[in-house]
Write a protein that binds this ligand. Structure first.
Ligand code: OAD
Length: 235
């Protein structure tokens, strides 16, 4: 085990599962019979805009009915108390990390509470529904806002600072992600290449579990607070 100063945490849908948000894969991971890969694409938005906007309107509305769980809160506590560096990179588009108190956070797959204008390219805070009409607050274009979500085939956000943090970290922890979607699924290999210690915390083995130095399996609401306490004990 190396001396730890710089930590990068990657989170996925599993960290929000116990808050009541469905994961993408596995039981309950379908949305009205659609695979997420079939509707979260630029082509699907062109082909059936109402389907795609409706999918994200429903998820945005769902945020009002969920709250951060013990795992989100533990990561916020780590950020507040850890004397070294900590960056949370989340694949999640919910706002549960922020509501728990995390601030050094990158939403690499976008955010439900943001809109992207297809005319001027501005990202703006957005609440409510897109179905029924939108006006871009920046360029006033009508009905050209889309969910600020990185669709399949699009480049995830802020890859450069993420890669820099991965190269500089000495502990990489992956929480609640299946390891099915790149580039996030490859972060463990970037961290390994620079000799960081790598740890997986997940309900079950992910697709890339063999890349990790260590792993603990169980519910995030239990594993993450335990792990945070153990890290803070060695600070
Ligand atoms: P997945 O649905 O693929 O995987 C969720 C993982 O969380 C699985 O490995 C589960 O075993 C685990 N899990 C479920 N409940 C858990 C719990 N209570 N505690 C700990 N782990 C638990 O979700 P992601 O890996 O996040 O992309 O999916 C990656 C991307 O695929 C998403 O960001 C999304 C999706 O398509 C976009 O929308 C662009």
């Amino acid at each position: 085990m190396v001396t730890v100063r710089n930590i990068v945490v990657l989170t996925g849908a599993g960290i929000s599962a116990e808050s009541g948000l469905a994961t993408f894969r596995g039981p309950g991971g379908l949305w009205e019979g659609h695979r997420v890969e079939d509707i979260c694409t630029p082509e699907a938005l062109d082909r059936d805009e109402a389907l795609v906007l409706g999918f994200y309107d429903a998820r945005r509305r769902g945020l009002a009915h969920v709250a951060p769980n013990a795992a989100h809160r533990a990561l916020a506590k780590l950020e507040a108390e850890w004397p070294g560096k900590l960056l949370i990179v989340t694949q999640n588009v919910d706002d549960l990390h922020e509501r728990a108190g995390s601030r050094r956070l990158i939403h690499m797959h976008g955010e439900l509470l943001s809109a992207l204008c297809r005319v001027c390219g501005e990202h703006t805070a957005f609440a409510g529904d897109m179905i029924g009409g939108t006006v871009c607050p920046s360029c006033s274009a009508r009905d050209r806002l889309r969910p600020d979500i990185v669709f399949f085939g699009e480049m995830p956000y802020e890859m450069e600072p993420i890669e820099q943090a991965l190269i500089a970290c000495d502990l990489f922890v992956s929480i609640g992600t299946s390891g099915a979607v790149y580039p996030a699924a490859g972060f463990v290999q970037i961290a390994n290449a620079t000799n960081a210690w790598t740890l997986e915390l997940n309900l079950d083995r992910s697709a890339g579990s063999h890349h990790f130095d260590d792993a603990r399996y169980g519910a995030a609401s239990q594993l993450v607070p335990e792990w945070v306490d153990s890290v803070l004990a060695m600070a």
